[in-house]
Write a protein that binds this ligand. Structure first.
Ligand code: GDP
Ligand code: IMO
Ligand code: MG
Length: 424
């Protein structure tokens, strides 16, 4: 059966760390959406790995990793990652499978992503510039190039010509950019086309067969609920469905096969790029969170905006994803704050709002209602039992549980694999 891991905030909740921790008990780890915009960090034996496309279970010698059809694949990023792993003694051949029907990100997607976002002016989204929105746009516009098309020389050239004709018109006439050449892309991408062949299979058939055989699959979400194209803070979102439902579409598995959904929540909140963020802290405390939590993007290196935990958001994430349990991460980062606030509601024009509003006027301008708890000074990063945690830490954890109505089952207190507390 399948367990899905989803981000409950704006991404970077520590999904990589959690996936790596959980992967031990699974046979297959499968990414279902997003692309190289993701940056999932795994720290094992003091070595840090950042995965953009390859599932975070790859460090285990005997686990199979799958990049599903819902993912958009930038071959440059993919082979950089494969090379990096190889140089660190990790061979992916025979362990990694890529969906034949996943879409490929090409140079024009990346260029268009960058120029488009610049042209948005005041409405700039602050995308990662990885060609994510533009690859998904082509997928839905039915001019995308899938892995299976990419591999086939004739099909690739034909599709590339059609796509480039349109993109070059935009680059030349509208964005005043240099046009891109079919021949150059063809030549530059030849090694990737050769290279990807050995990984490409019908992953939907493969995964369903494995489910029939009783194998356990861990579906790895990228980004987070509030970056979801349908349920996030639109238009300040990514172009895919990170929510749990996205796993069915992005892997080709029936909703009937999903057994469990685990939400990952950071003990405070962060966001990269533009968009509303009610509990954002703009003073020294926010700066301290960024510094202590090392809140800099794993993909772009941009400083992450930091703020307090927002229970309205995580509560909504629990509902929309059908979350069974929460894994709370980075609780150690809150050590040393005299007072810790939790956003428990919003107020807009004298009205109290106890849910996540889609109305961006409300969400951008609401006042947050906070509850304030006493902090703690003890270092908790080496504590391994829930009982052993300081009283105020437990009060904070239990306050979150009470407000979101879902149990926290594990608490992460450091970036390393072993730094986790089993709560129940
Ligand atoms: P992801 O995108 O959800 O996988 O998260 P990122 O990897 O982008 O960001 C999480 C960051 O926090 C990484 O640098 C992790 O190594 C680190 N991290 C994960 N869990 C913990 C934790 O419990 N405590 C601390 N201090 N760092 C953590
Ligand atoms: P992981 O998987 C945090 C943000 C970008 C931008 C918006 C749209 O590491 O949690 P895009 O390039 O996707 O079109 O950018 O989404 N974003 C992320 N923020 N973590 C991520 O992934 C993100 N992937 C995209 O910063 O605001
Ligand atoms: Mg990340």
């Amino acid at each position: 059966m399948v367990t899905v891991v989803v981000g409950t905030q704006w991404g970077d909740e520590g999904k990589g760390k959690v996936i790596d921790y959980l992967a031990e008990k699974f046979d297959i780890i499968a990414r279902y959406q997003g692309g190289a915009n993701a940056g999932h960090t795994v720290v094992v034996n003091n070595k840090k790995y950042i995965f953009h496309l390859i599932p975070s279970g790859i460090l285990y010698p005997k686990k199979i990793c799958v990049i599903g059809n819902g993912v958009v694949i930038d071959p440059v990023s993919l082979f950089e990652e494969i090379e990096y792993l190889k140089n660190n003694g990790i061979e992916v051949e025979g362990k990694l499978f890529i969906a034949e029907n996943a879409h490929i990100t090409l140079p024009y997607h990346k260029l268009l992503d960058k120029v488009e976002d610049k042209f948005r002016g005041k409405g700039q989204l602050g995308t990662t510039g990885r060609g994510i929105g533009t690859t998904y746009t082509d997928k839905f516009g039915r001019i995308g190039i899938r892995v299976i098309d990419f591999i086939d020389e004739d099909v690739f050239i034909e599709k590339l010509r059609i796509a480039l004709e349109l993109k070059n018109y935009l680059f030349k006439e509208y964005y005043k950019e240099e046009i891109l050449k079919v021949d150059k892309i063809y030549k530059d991408y030849k090694p990737y086309r050769e290279g990807i062949k050995k990984f490409a299979i019908n992953t939907a058939v493969y995964l369903n067969e494995k489910i029939e055989q009783g194998k356990k699959i861990l579906a790895e979400g990228a980004q987070g609920t509030f970056l979801d194209i349908d349920f996030g803070t639109y238009p300040y979102v990514t172009a895919s469905n990170p929510i749990a439902g996205g796993a069915c579409i992005g892997l080709g598995i029936s909703p009937k096969k999903i057994e469990k959904i685990i939400g990952v929540a950071k003990a405070y909140t962060t966001r990269v790029g533009m968009g509303p963020f009610p509990t954002e802290i703009k003073d020294d405390i926010g700066e301290k969170l960024r510094k202590v939590g090392n809140e800099f993007g794993a993909t772009t290196g941009r400083p992450r905006r930091c703020g307090w935990f927002d229970t309205n958001l995580v509560k909504f994430a629990c509902i929309i994803n059908g979350i069974d349990e929460i894994i709370l991460t980075k609780l150690d980062v809150l050590t040393g704050f005299e007072k810790i606030k939790i956003g428990v509601g919003y107020k807009y024009e004298d009205e109290i709002i106890n849910f996540y509003p889609f109305n961006s006027k409300i969400f951008s301008n609401c006042e947050v209602i906070y509850e304030e708890l006493d902090g703690w000074g003890e270092n908790i990063s080496n504590i391994r039992s829930y009982r052993g945690l300081p009283k105020n830490v437990k009060k904070y954890v239990e306050k979150i549980e009470e407000k979101i109505g879902i149990k926290i089952t594990k608490i992460s207190t450091g970036s390393s694999r072993g730094q986790i507390i089993e709560k129940s």
